[in-house]
Ligand binder design. Sequence first.
Ligand SMILES: C=C(O[C@@H]1C=C(C(=O)O)C=C[C@H]1O)C(=O)O
Length: 179
Amino acid sequence: MSDSHSPEQLPIHWFQDPNDVPADVADWLMEMGSMTRRFEKQGVTVTVKPKNECFVRRDELGESEAQQLPESARYWVREVILFGDAEPWLLGRTVIPEETLTGPDLALVDLGTVPLGRYLFSGNNLTRDYIHLGQLNTEQGSLWARRSRLCLSDKPLLLTEIFLPDSPVHRPEGKVGQA
Ligand SMILES: C=C(O[C@@H]1C=C(C(=O)O)C=C[C@H]1O)C(=O)O
């Protein structure tokens, strides 16, 4: 799957019932802590390559994204590829209403190659409203995905993560280096 597609343009099928997802996959997708840290526990160096970062209007969001975020004049969008060592493991798309970018949280627009999780999980002011589990069918096969609405000091942001074929989520044992 080319990384030129924005996750919002990709037709992700969202499951109504998480029990429709295999338990070993759900164990990854329902991770409540930092996915960056979870990946690092696989023994890899996690790096982030920003692909797109900009402000957009509400009518430029995907319909399902806009439905899950409050009205705002504009939203900060961050799209990245996250790597485990040299392997692309995850496409991430974060949408942040401008009203969330207050005080120290304005730093969210300057993350660059710093993994979002390093910032979000650095304090004790992050909650996760929900995690939706999904699957994306591509010419190369299907990919697992999840969408979380997070709140940073009670201010919302929406995070979509698509797990790429090389990621542990798609390995039978979920472990790196096991054939
Ligand atoms: C939210 C986290 O940050 C990760 C890093 C991202 C980024 O740098 O934009 C996006 C998705 C996450 O997989 C996390 O570690 O849980």
